[in-house]
Write a protein that binds this ligand. Structure first.
Ligand SMILES: *Cc1c(COP(=O)(O)O)cnc(C)c1O
Length: 239
């Protein structure tokens, strides 16, 4: 096996082991492969290895890479070893003036962090005649510089987003604090899980509210143990 295939296998095995420790089904956790640092050949390779959920954090790069991958998929349309389609996730801070092009590419936006951004996405999705899956980004680390709404504002914002007909609010996203202290990382994921469960209990958005996007290369095993359903993993694969 080449190095990328090895690393993918290793990450998949670690996710499986974390699921087992947490008594969870492996199917309950999905990996979004974050391609922002990867060369095109490596992205093609990871697709060849079966990964079809891909994430980028900047619109400019997303546009370029997704165009390149479209070409690659078209060229290999008859190759049974290569998936027919991939799905892009916007995982980084999104400016309102980038919403329109983002919606043309992405299946899911993980990083809705203000009411104004939610409104812009709703308006633009209406214009494009679509409904878009979004996650509300919550700041559970208490760090001031991070994007994401404060925990105390999350329920209110989900109530407002639930009234927007062109959004499908399907969960929350959070990022761990920048620290090597695993207890702090775990505490912030556990906090996100609590907020997630609170929102579900209030029945604001119904059964489709089922995703918790948390966990990156450094902390995805903790995230699985704390209930993540979507992991966003880049450097552990592309090193
Ligand atoms: C880059 C990025 C990731 C992936 O980080 P790695 O440490 O490379 O796994 C996940 N989420 C967001 C929002 C990112 O910008």
């Amino acid at each position: 096996m080449n190095a990328l295939a090895d690393r993918l296998k290793q990450v998949q095995d670690s996710i499986a082991a974390a699921c087992q420790r947490a008594g969870r089904s492996e199917k309950s956790v999905q990996m979004v492969v974050v391609t922002k640092t990867a060369p095109l050949e490596a992205i093609q390779e990871v697709i060849r290895l079966g990964c079809t959920e891909l994430g980028e954090n900047r619109m400019q790069h997303l546009k370029q890479v997704s165009d390149d991958i479209d070409v690659f998929l078209k060229e290999h349309a008859d190759d049974p070893a290569i998936p027919n389609a991939v799905h892009w996730h916007m995982i980084g801070h999104l400016q309102r003036n980038k919403v329109k092009p983002t919606l043309k590419i992405c299946r899911m936006i993980h990083s809705v962090d203000t009411l104004r951004l939610a409104e812009e996405i709703n308006t633009e999705a209406y214009k494009q005649g679509m409904r878009v899956d979004v996650l509300l980004q919550v700041n559970c680390s208490g760090e001031a510089q991070k994007y994401g709404v404060p925990v105390g504002a999350a329920i209110h914002l989900t109530e407002q987003m639930a009234t927007m007909p062109h959004l499908r609010l399907i969960g929350l996203m959070t990022m761990a604090p920048l620290t090597l202290d695993k207890d702090r990382v775990r505490a912030s994921f556990a906090r996100a899980r609590e907020v997630f469960e609170d929102i579900r209990a209030e029945k604001i958005v119904g059964a489709k509210f089922k995703h918790l996007s948390m966990g990156m290369s450094q902390d995805y095993e903790i995230a699985v143990e704390e209930g993540a359903t979507l992991l966003r993993i880049g450097s552990a694969l592309f090193a």
